[in-house]
Design a protein around this ligand. Structure first.
Ligand code: UTP
Length: 408
């Protein structure tokens, strides 16, 4: 993009200040800034002032989940179906590792975090081990796609190479990068990270499939014959990945998607809950749970919105292709954004100072016609690491690993 085009693009988004230092830059820096302006989408920023234009929630009604008891009674049948699909190469896994992990506060990508106590045990290592359990059982390596962002791609790839992919067959691993979104102050003006760089951050985990498309990986999915994709978060060190029972249950249900859920421990627990929204599967965020929803009960007299999602979803690939161009709900999230002030001094704030713009994978569930919520045992499959200490932390995950006999 040349200077004139960049100026026009910024003007129409009210962000002309991004060129404030342009004349001070050398040729390489000028090019880098123009390229970045060319690649960023500024269109979501106006919603900071026009939030009323964001789509409203539809009517929320319950969607029951398949309980642990029901799963146990059909376990063998589900496992057989799932293993067959995995052995036929129909199941791929997608690790969403593009996030910034700001709450954990490490400078390295989250997957590199060492949760070991007596030895090194990296988060990525635990995920690969979990996937290897299935690979060993099925006798074939599950294709693994790893989403990174411009901020952590090189470090992640170097780390995997440096550790020989933790024993995983590297010819069955593909990396792809997600897009970035500009980050703004509370007035919707982009922050500068440096004189030649607008502050930007990964644009949420909702763009994973379109990023796969941009990276040319849909052809790869076709070539490999993949029909199902299991997407999972980087931070749950206990989760089962490409779990044959989950895969088999979803296939047997005839649903287009499956979502692993845990039974919520409290009606106001801070996890999204499975539901129907205007008759289609959806997830109601904890901050959207009204007192009526919290107290609602199903036909068995149990809480009606008790299935908390754990960011482990199975999608039927051909259904993803149908909705790839649909616009997902935009989430404007308050975050800490490192920035350079007008005097050219760089700051790393310790409290939120502006907005990031994200779309979320959970909103993709609503694009699908059907979903099987599938219960998993919380103590065995849910150990997310969001913080260093306290709830959902390194400490709580270490304790859960210990309970599950995992040496750290
Ligand atoms: P989180 O919601 O925990 O976000 O991501 P985060 O950015 O990693 O962490 P904080 O909020 O800054 O502390 C849930 C999952 O989605 C991935 C993360 O890597 C994690 O696996 N993710 C998140 C992406 O892949 N891309 C994103 O843009 C955001």
């Amino acid at each position: 993009m040349n200077l004139e085009e960049a100026r026009k693009k910024l003007e129409s988004a009210g962000q002309e200040h991004a060129l404030r230092y342009y004349d001070e830059l050398n040729d390489g820096e000028k090019k880098a800034l123009l390229d970045q302006i060319g690649s960023l989408d500024f269109s979501p920023i106006h919603y900071v002032h026009d939030r009323a234009e964001l789509p409203k929630r539809g009517k929320i009604t319950p969607l029951n989940f398949m309980s642990l008891d029901e799963i146990a009674s059909k376990r063998d049948e589900f496992e057989k179906t799932g293993l067959e699909a995995i052995r036929q190469g129909k199941v791929g896994a997608v690790l969403l590792a593009g996030g910034m992990g700001t709450r954990l506060g490490s400078d390295n990508p989250k997957c590199m975090y060492d949760i070991g106590i007596t030895k090194h045990v990296y988060i990525m290592e635990r995920l690969i081990r979990n996937l290897m359990d299935v690979v060993d059982q099925a006798g074939v390596a599950v294709p693994l796609f790893i989403m990174t962002s411009e901020k952590n791609h090189d470090a992640t790839v170097r780390f995997m190479n440096g550790h020989d992919f933790f024993g995983y067959d590297r010819s069955r691993v593909w990396f792809f990068k997600q897009d970035m979104a500009p980050a703004t102050d509370y007035n919707g003006k982009v922050y500068m990270e440096a004189k030649d760089r607008i502050a930007s951050s990964p644009n949420g985990n909702g763009g994973w499939f379109s990023s796969m498309q941009k990276a040319g990986l849909i052809e790869k999915l076709h070539e490999l014959g993949i029909e199902w994709l299991n997407c999972f978060a980087v931070d749950n060190v206990l989760q089962r990945i490409a779990d044959p029972v989950f895969v088999g249950a979803t296939i047997a249900s005839g649903c287009a998607t499956g979502a692993k859920v845990v039974r919520k421990v409290a009606k106001d627990e801070k996890v999204g809950a499975m539901c129907l929204e205007d008759g289609k599967p959806s997830i109601v965020e904890y901050y959207d749970m009204t007192p009526e929803l919290m107290d609602a009960v199903n036909e068995k007299g149990e809480p009606a919105y008790a299935g908390g999602v754990i960011l482990n979803y199975l999608f039927r690939e051909k259904d993803l292709e149908k909705v790839i161009n649909e616009k997902l709900t935009l989430h404007i999230v308050e975050k800490k954004i490192p920035y350079m002030d007008e005097a050219g001094v760089f700051h790393k704030p310790d409290k939120p100072n502006g907005y990031k713009f994200e779309t979320l994978i959970l909103d993709m569930i609503h694009e699908m016609d059907t979903c099987l919520p599938f219960e998993v045992a919380r103590d065995h499959e849910f150990a997310p690491i969001k913080n260093k200490t306290g709830v959902d932390s390194v400490e709580s995950a270490q304790e859960l690993c210990r309970k599950n006999g995992i040496e750290l």
